[in-house]
Design a protein around this ligand. Structure first.
Ligand SMILES: C[S@@+](CC[C@H](N)C(=O)[O-])C[C@H]1O[C@@H](n2cnc3c(N)ncnc32)[C@H](O)[C@@H]1O
Length: 238
């Protein structure tokens, strides 16, 4: 699926409240990422949280990693408005492809897979890092939501090793990484799709007639279903 930034912005603008009520997976990976970074370095001067959403992980980051300034940016103005109303932290509406500041930690929890051109986003970000600065991020990788492959067109997720290669090509060094898989159980197929919608994930049903019928019957069924998130954690230096 090609990523259209306007659609991404609209999806997250219209799901702010449901996102904030359904983001336990994102909170878990965000907390894990903070701990992953702290194993290597626990103090930075400036921290930039890109794709910060409603700001709760930015808030945790500001407490868990020593810093003199922290800024959260997001393309969704509604998410930023909610973050600004809840936390005493600087938040701005901005596209992570338009970063102009220099910082020494760029942090991103589950937002970089929304880049239409990840290679160029990673290259631009390198230019916004001070010498010795770090980029730490989580990203869903291949086979995430594999349970939906037969029925829905969903995000194209990279393989972890391709991301590692992309990071080296973009000029980062000392790649620290780990992978983990999180499976969430849903009571019904409909609940699973609703959870994706609530957290801003786009999907479109596969269109052939047989599959649409299958999809329709799944949507009516009361059978439980699992959704798997395969998450990669990366920490790299410039
Ligand atoms: C799954 S949410 C994660 C939010 C947050 N990091 C968290 O841990 O809860 C992904 C976020 O990335 C943001 N996003 C997507 N594309 C973006 C872009 N080009 N620039 C800035 N933010 C972007 C979305 O608006 C959304 O808030």
């Amino acid at each position: 699926m090609r990523i259209d930034k306007i659609k991404v912005k609209n999806a997250f603008n219209s799901s702010v409240e449901t996102y904030a009520a359904n983001n336990s997976l994102q909170n878990k990976t965000g907390t894990n990422l903070i701990n992953f970074i702290k194993n290597y370095k626990d103090n930075f001067t400036n921290i930039l949280d890109i794709g910060c959403g409603v700001g709760n992980i930015t808030n945790l980051l500001s407490k868990e990693i020593i810093n003199t300034s922290i800024l959260g940016i997001d393309i969704s103005s509604n998410s930023i408005a909610r973050a600004q109303s809840k936390y005493n932290i600087k938040f701005l509406v901005n596209d992570f492809d338009n970063i102009k500041t220099k910082t020494d930690l760029i942090f991103s929890n589950l937002s970089l897979h929304w880049s239409p051109n990840l290679k160029s986003t990673l290259e631009n970000m390198k230019g916004s890092l001070k010498k010795g600065g770090m980029l730490g991020f989580t990203i869903p990788v291949k086979n995430t939501f594999h349970e939906l492959n037969d029925f829905c067109n969903i995000h194209k997720f990279y393989e972890s090793r391709d991301l590692e290669e992309m990071l080296f090509q973009a000029g980062y060094r000392n790649v620290y990484s780990k992978n983990s898989s999180i499976t969430i159980k849903f009571n019904t197929f409909k609940d699973a799709l609703m959870s994706l919608k609530n957290t801003g994930t786009n999907y479109t049903p596969k269109t052939s007639k047989g599959l649409s019928l299958k999809l329709k019957s799944l949507l009516k069924s009361n059978k439980p279903i699992d959704l798997t998130y395969n998450i990669s954690y990366f920490l790299v230096e410039v």
